[in-house]
Design a protein around this ligand. Structure first.
Ligand SMILES: Cc1cc2nc3c(=O)[nH]c(=O)nc-3n(C[C@H](O)[C@H](O)[C@H](O)COP(=O)(O)OP(=O)(O)OC[C@H]3O[C@@H](n4cnc5c(N)ncnc54)[C@H](O)[C@@H]3O)c2cc1C
Ligand SMILES: NC(=O)c1ccc[n+]([C@@H]2O[C@H](COP(=O)([O-])OP(=O)(O)OC[C@H]3O[C@@H](n4cnc5c(N)ncnc54)[C@H](O)[C@@H]3O)[C@@H](O)[C@H]2O)c1
Length: 463
């Protein structure tokens, strides 16, 4: 009989925590998970899933545009009913959260609705919403508390008036105009979503080019495609003040920029990054100090400075994606309970940005290849898809392969347009398997598709 209440206690029932708890319980361990909100976490309740539903809703306006070009002369979107969408969306999220809970319970995990904080290295204080408090003990503890939107401190008015991605799924009504501050995943995804829903969108980014860290050609291509669709992108601007005005018929936000200029928008979305959610965990009690980004430092086995306390997912700020949190959970269970120390391999993780058009990317960017001193060739194409050409549209798909000159291995694949998110999953297999350009080319094309370009690229671009 163990001297602890639980073999494993997981803090946070999000993507990483749920997978770890279920896998550990399936090994016959006594497992509990504390969740202060509802099971599901960011991805299910305020991230990937509701965001993708909003992407689907917003794409309809472009589909109608295509429908008209394809002969459906009377095609029209009609009026978008935000209330109806929101109700269905919330019902679907309820259903998914319940499935998460049911799967945990089925695996034998005790699901506790409470906030967890450390008392000491083996004890946690659980506080319910009603204020009830109890202490539990665990032999092994997994911190999987995720992250939370970060609001810049230098801009008065942001805390009162700025929206975050958390707010976007339950807005009381759609704004007519929206300013989005930031140039990362969330900024460009919501720019596409809100534009598609008929909102006048302006993206304000303090740098020169949106999507820092992505391949430069991808950044340029997406920016030009967003502009083509009618999204205004204003770079090298940083709001320094937000004020609610009551001029005119209704209140708006007056945004003052660092260059002294101003603009008005109904609402302002701050997509200025996220921070690990370590506040309230009482990490001081166990002598763990978050790093400068607020993340819990861990080794390659997700182990903290205590050998029985691990952390996975966004709270460790390694690669903040749902499938990564899940893979880290699997590696944690192998390491902690199956005597099989497993370090997750972060190389060549494919990712998609659900902007409009989408981005799919895996492997090295040109800048990364250069930085590593690799001699590489670039194969690229920019073309109008059959569908776009048919309606006389201007939108173009961009595809790029970065190939190692020495080994012919395809080191990076970057796609903007079409179903880039779907295509990159399979391209990711080829890049992870280190297939050569010759092997890509030996694969027969699927015709007529956009993806066939990836196996027919012939011309090297001057590097
Ligand atoms: C708008 C948005 C869109 C996104 N889209 C995508 C996408 O398309 N694809 C993708 O791969 N990733 C996407 N992500 C990222 C993805 O959601 C995260 O990487 C993933 O959810 C991280 O999982 P996690 O387990 O680390 O944390 P989370 O899923 O955030 O789970 C942490 C859980 O811990 C709970 N918790 C926190 N503190 C405590 C405490 N002290 N006690 C008890 N419970 C606590 C929280 O309530 C939460 O439920 C998106 C994120 C956002 C914000
Ligand atoms: N499709 C997906 O897989 C997906 C979608 C959304 C989010 N995510 C994950 O969630 C993470 C967080 O997304 P995100 O868009 O919030 O973060 P991000 O790190 O991608 O982008 C943050 C943006 O905010 C800007 N910024 C930072 N500080 C600022 C400040 N003080 N003032 C103004 N701008 C500032 C940055 O320059 C950057 O453009 C992503 O990095 C990604 O890992 C993934």
């Amino acid at each position: 009989m163990t001297k602890y209440d639980y073999d494993l206690f997981v803090i946070g029932a999000g993507s990483g925590g749920v997978r770890a708890a279920r896998l550990a319980a399936q090994l016959g361990l006594k497992v509990a998970v504390a969740e202060e909100d509802r099971p599901g976490g960011t991805c299910v309740l305020r991230g990937c899933v509701p965001k993708k539903f909003m992407v689907y809703a917003s794409e309809v306006s472009e589909q109608v545009h295509y429908a008209q070009g394809f002969g459906w002369k009377d095609a029209s979107t009609g009026a978008f009913d935000w209330n109806s969408f929101r109700t269905t969306n919330n019902a679907e999220l309820d259903r998914l959260s319940q499935i998460y809970t049911a799967n945990l319970v089925k695996a034998g995990v005790e699901v506790i609705a409470a906030h967890a904080a450390f008392k000491d290295e083996h004890h946690l204080i659980l506080t319910t919403k009603q204020g009830g408090e109890r202490v539990v003990s665990a032999k092994t503890i997994l911190i999987a508390v995720g992250g939370w939107p970060f609001l810049p401190q230098h801009c008065p008015g942001v805390a009162e008036h700025g929206l975050t991605s958390n707010d976007m799924f339950n807005l009381p009504e759609l704004p007519k105009s929206l300013a989005i501050v930031g140039g990362g995943y969330i900024a460009v995804e919501f720019a596409g979503i809100m534009h598609g829903l008929g909102v006048d969108v302006t993206l304000l980014y303090r740098g020169q080019k949106i999507l820092r860290g992505f391949d430069d050609d991808v950044r340029d291509h997406l920016a030009s495609e967003m502009a083509l669709r009618g999204i205004k992108i204003r770079t090298q601007l940083d709001p320094v003040h937000l004020k609610k005005t009551d001029e005119g018929q209704k209140s708006q936000m007056l945004i003052t920029m660092n260059d002294g200029s101003t603009m008005l928008a109904d609402q302002v979305l701050y997509a200025s990054g996220r921070k690990p959610k370590t506040e309230g965990l009482n990490l001081d009690a166990i002598g763990i100090t978050p790093d400068v980004h607020g993340a819990i430092p861990v080794d390659s086995f997700s182990r903290t400075s205590h050998k029985h306390i691990y952390a996975i997912g966004d709270v460790t700020n390694r690669m903040n994606l749902t499938p990564v949190a899940i893979r880290e959970a699997v590696a944690f269970v192998e390491t902690a309970f199956k005597d099989n120390a497993t370090a997750y391999d972060y190389e060549n993780i494919p990712t998609a940005v659900f902007s409009q058009p989408q981005i799919g990317t895996v492997g090295l960017t040109e800048a990364e290849a250069t930085e590593k001193g690799i001699a590489y060739d670039v194969y690229q194409t920019r073309f109008r898809s059959m569908k776009t050409a048919f309606i006389g549209g201007e939108s173009r798909i961009y595809m790029k392969l970065i190939v190692d000159q020495k080994s012919d291995v395809v080191l990076g694949v970057h796609i903007v347009g079409g179903e880039a998110g779907e295509i990159i999953q399979i391209a990711g297999v080829a890049v992870k398997a280190r297939l050569t350009k010759a092997q890509w080319d030996a694969t027969c094309a699927v015709h007529p598709t956009a993806a066939e370009e990836l196996v027919t690229l012939k011309d090297k671009r001057a590097v």
